[in-house]
Design a protein around this ligand. Structure first.
Ligand SMILES: NC(=O)c1ccc[n+]([C@@H]2O[C@H](COP(=O)([O-])OP(=O)(O)OC[C@H]3O[C@@H](n4cnc5c(N)ncnc54)[C@H](OP(=O)(O)O)[C@@H]3O)[C@@H](O)[C@H]2O)c1
Length: 438
């Protein structure tokens, strides 16, 4: 008896697309057994499909035109793996309109235009899988949407950009400055030629937009996510952080604070004894705090051809299962229907209350510490500890490093503006937020 088939169309045969083809071929028998029907790739479109070398693509029709896949009446599930917003958004919306289920890894698109896409999928009863869009192979989306569905999530802390985590790990382990480590990461293919999306925190902010919506059932506009990258971090701060018992990570943080949502991406000092501090290299991890469950941690490979393909194909398997279910749609993509998501106020970064690490380059002269401490005190910032290093010659500056008690960010910025104008202080002072509750 012939095995029933679900017919797939793939758009984009790059890093992830190639992994999907390989994994589908390699695990075909096991997937068919699990699903009770076969997944067959019938159409593949990618810009350079006829010119770039690729592995065996079976009997799939090949095209350079992504619309050929969307318009193909045989294709039941469209897998979008070209990235970017244009033409990805139009392709996905058209596929939905034509009644095709969609699987995508495109966090940028969903963070920027998710509202339109989630609402369209819901209106047409279409399954939309996007597990691969956050933390590659780690099934964090399914975990938040289904595994943790009964709990009230309070906070989430993610190391969700492998490039940044690799750079910070190497800076910390090998004592090299940011530029040198970035160059090495680029040579090894761990950072893009233009790395700004990663190192400026934008990629992590895209992912955080989706994680926060899933964790708290709220609408989060990408523009409301405070975003700061890692370019400005120096070896000096990494060493002082260690001396205070901390390590620096680029964290994507989301908190539900009595209905107001705090969403931010920035370098964060976290205690060295925590599990997240041990997440090194290009690995990703997401630490979730729920009211009933308490803490849970999800760790694994956040990128790469085959790890990401596992998430894409898991979505395809789920979509294929749902196609046999009456009504088609089993679980809405975000766990809530789009129109049932709450609209919540987003907390401004200036209202953040946090402990801070501060570094000033100050002339080593009596009274300088007292002057700086005085300005901080006038802004309700109290100092928990101070390190002053070395004695300088004449009027040279030395690092003066402090850890504060909890302070309001607006006050801190006001105080630092005044400190930076002191003639005994050189350059702009550095501050890094500290997160203890991990
Ligand atoms: N790489 C990862 O580890 C990873 C992890 C998680 C999520 N993702 C997401 O997965 C998606 C794909 O990433 P990737 O790393 O596989 O990208 P990639 O290696 O650059 O592959 C994209 C492929 O799509 C093709 N393409 C681009 N625009 C096209 C168009 N308009 N028409 C037809 N083909 C087009 C490209 O053609 P050419 O060959 O001509 O360039 C390329 O083969 C992105 O949304 C990314 O954010 C990636």
């Amino acid at each position: 008896m012939a095995v029933a088939e679900v017919k797939l169309g793939l758009i984009g045969l790059g890093t992830v697309g190639t992994g999907v083809v390989q994994l589908l071929q390699h695990n075909h028998a096991a997937i068919t057994r699990k699903l009770g029907c076969a997944l067959r790739l019938v159409h593949i479109a990618s810009r350079s499909i006829h010119t770039k070398p690729h592995a065996d693509l079976g009997r799939a029709r090949l095209s350079t035109d992504p619309w050929a896949v969307v318009h193909d009446p045989e294709v039941a599930v469209v897998i979008e793996l070209i990235g970017g917003t244009d033409p990805a958004a139009a392709l996905i919306l058209e596929a939905i309109k034509r009644g095709k289920d969609v699987v995508t890894a495109n966090k940028a698109l969903l963070a920027l235009q998710g509202g339109e896409i989630f609402a369209a999928a819901e209106a047409h009863g279409i399954n939309l899988g996007f597990e691969a869009s956050v933390a590659g192979g780690i099934p964090i989306i399914r975990t938040l949407r289904e595994g943790l569905a009964a709990d009230r999530n309070r906070a989430l802390f993610g190391i969700v950009n492998g490039t940044c985590n690799y750079i910070l790990t190497k800076m910390s382990e090998e004592g090299e400055e940011f530029d040198a480590v970035l160059r090495r990461a680029q040579e090894q293919g761990l950072a893009e030629a233009d790395p700004s999306f990663d190192i400026d925190g934008i990629d992590a902010a895209h992912k955080l937009t989706l994680l926060a919506m899933l964790a708290f059932g709220v609408r989060v506009p990408f523009a409301g996510v405070y975003t700061e990258g890692i370019r400005h971090l120096s070896q000096t701060d990494i060493l002082f952080a260690r001396e205070f018992g901390y390590t620096i990570k680029l964290l994507a943080i989301a908190k539900d604070e009595d209905g107001a949502i705090d969403v931010r991406v920035h370098p964060t000092m976290i205690p060295r004894r925590t599990l997240l501090a041990d997440v090194g290299g290009a690995y990703n991890a997401i630490f979730v705090q729920g009211e009933a469950l308490g803490s849970s941690l999800y760790f694994g490979r956040g990128a790469g051809s085959l790890p990401t393909a596992t998430a894409v194909l898991a979505d395809v398997i789920e979509v294929a299962r749902n196609r046999g279910v009456a009504g088609g749609l089993r679980v809405p993509p975000l766990g809530y229907r789009w129109h049932d998501l709450r609209t919540a106020p987003l907390r401004s970064i200036d209202d953040l209350e946090s402990e801070y690490y501060l570094r000033f380059m100050a002339v080593d002269r009596p009274g300088v510490l007292a002057t700086i401490a005085g300005i901080l005190g006038e802004h309700s910032i109290s100092i928990a500890s101070v390190i002053q290093r070395g004695r300088s010659e004449a009027d040279e500056t030395v690092p003066l490093v402090m850890r504060t008690h909890t302070a309001r960010e607006r006050n801190l910025k006001d105080a630092l503006r005044l400190v930076d104008q002191l003639p005994v202080v050189q350059g702009k002072s550095v501050f890094i937020r500290i997160e203890e509750n991990l």
